[in-house]
Write a protein that binds this ligand. Structure first.
Ligand SMILES: Cc1cc2nc3c(=O)[nH]c(=O)nc-3n(C[C@H](O)[C@H](O)[C@H](O)COP(=O)(O)O)c2cc1C
Length: 197
């Protein structure tokens, strides 16, 4: 698929067919995730890739899927054949920036007003969303704030913070567009500034 088409087609999908991914797709999506950049090349991002149906059901329960279903939405978390959870480790950045080619072993605290581990988790997530689109698949995201105990379900260590759950699969025909389609994007005249704000 042409890059412009991939970017243009990507949107969050919240209804899936109970159909597995074609061979090779997941491997290519994971490879794309691993190509993401990171501050200082700290590589503080990790992935939990879930295909097991019972694990997906536990994730759906932690994500209160039943409540959404009671409101007439499809069970999109449990139906999507693949879930990917991106996690980030702040400690990986502290360790990396204590190296001598960065701020050195005496660095007490990272002098950043931007927590770059979250930025890097976002770039990993976008790589996954675009790679899934490029495979002719659909992907969605439910943020960590909408889960109770996602880390416990997946045995994620305390030092690793999950962003949420990315769902991947074939879109069901009943997927109801939300987000950017319904609200419309802010016009570029409001959001893009050239040479100065
Ligand atoms: C950080 C983040 C958190 C999100 N959390 C949720 C969520 O918990 N549930 C959900 O249905 N969509 C979630 N979304 C999807 C957004 O609603 C969606 O990206 C936005 O409405 C724009 O729609 P589009 O991606 O289809 O263009 C989240 C997106 C991001 C980037």
């Amino acid at each position: 698929m042409d890059f412009g088409e991939v970017v243009g087609r990507r949107r969050m999908v919240r209804s899936y067919l109970d159909v597995p991914l074609p061979p090779g797709s997941l491997e290519r999506i994971v490879a794309a995730a691993l190509s993401a950049p990171s501050a200082g090349f700290a590589q503080g991002q990790s992935l939990v890739v879930i295909t097991d149906a019972s694990q997906r059901s536990r994730i759906a329960a932690a994500g209160n899927e039943q409540e959404y279903v009671e409101h007439g939405l499809p069970p999109w978390l449990s139906l999507a054949p693949v879930h990917i959870v991106v996690t980030v480790s702040e400690q990986a950045y502290v360790d990396r920036y204590r190296e001598t080619d960065k701020l050195g072993p005496d660095m007490e605290k990272l002098p950043w007003d931007v927590p770059y581990w979250w930025v890097d988790g976002g770039t990993t997530m976008m790589a996954i969303l675009l790679a899934a689109t490029n495979e002719g698949l659909a992907a969605g995201f439910q943020g960590n704030h909408n889960f109770d105990g996602l880390g416990a379900v997946l045995d994620i260590p305390e030092s690793e913070k999950p962003l949420g759950v990315i769902t991947i699969g074939f879109a069901a025909p009943d997927d109801r567009a939300r987000g950017s389609v319904l609200r419309g994007r802010r016009p570029p005249t409001d959001t893009v500034h050239y040479d100065r704000w």
